[in-house]
Ligand binder design. Sequence first.
Ligand code: FNR
Length: 339
Amino acid sequence: MENFKQLCYDNKVILAPMVRINTLPMRLLALDYGADIVYTEELIDHRLIKCSRHVNDTLQSIDFIDKSNATVVFRTCSREKLHVVLQIGTSDPERAAKAAQVVEQDVAGIDINMGCPKDFSLKGGMGAALLSCPDKACTILSAVVSAVSIPVTCKIRVLPDINDTIELCKKLATTGIAAIAVHGRTVKERPNHPNRNHFIKAISEALDIPVIANGGSKEIETFEDITKFKNITGCSSVMIARTAEKNCSIFKRDGKLELGTIIRDYLHHAVDYDNVAPNTKYCIQNMLRNIQETEQGRHFLESTSLQQICDLWDVGDYCREKTKTMNCLRFEERDIACN
Ligand code: FNR
């Protein structure tokens, strides 16, 4: 019975992990538009381990809070429970296992980031640093697989040599992971370099577990392009980052929506889950890009609160009403706690 409920990584269209972008509102938006699985942004094991789990009755969410600075490190809700994969940044098997256990009951899967090329990750022995320490990478994966009862995956970048990459993937697959996501660029390559789709194809042919193709955003403009990317890479599942960051409705089978509708849909989720204004603004900025030059764009750049942002996209009344209701609920909760 337990296995029946486990997340399956075959034939899926997936929102790829993106720092700051993939907070709860964006993940819910991707699910609304048709994504099957949504990854969180990378969360570092040290931060997760410090968190305590809090059921937020006002928002109907589960919050993982770092009490030392009262910040919500990870917010989730029942709507995404069977679809959300939490990505951990780690360099240590024990810490990775503990971090995975902190969130295990509230997510569908755990992913280990083995592809991040940023200095912060590399210096800490995390992300792509693990690609050059395959034994350590395997120890981390084995530790997490043993520690939790939900599926575990990892996301890698390719190595410069195709055969070395296949060997690495085969080794990682022996740890009991449920799938492996492959970004077809090396650590040194930047987004404008061509994605090595033939590497991904060779890996998917060599492995028995699902391989998730990633790195195709430059060629993905429509839903049909997702199918093309699937065919070129020989994978049954595809993971999309930059195209979804700009236009999350890429997941819609029946065609993309115009930006105003996407932003309004996004803002409804941001209001429902009290997403902080700076994060909301950042995500919208990444959708608007150069359209920020318009009058509305200029007002947007000056906005500092969720209410101000919502007012610009005709979601102002919804935000005001919802905020009122939430404040009432918070007072009620406080009263109950005091009595
Ligand atoms: C990323 N990427 C990324 N990868 C990862 O494993 N963990 C992360 O937290 C992030 N964060 C992140 C933020 C932003 C803004 C971008 C654009 C990308 C990499 C991403 O998941 C993906 O591997 C690459 O962008 C290639 O896929 P696309 O963009 O071609 O679909």
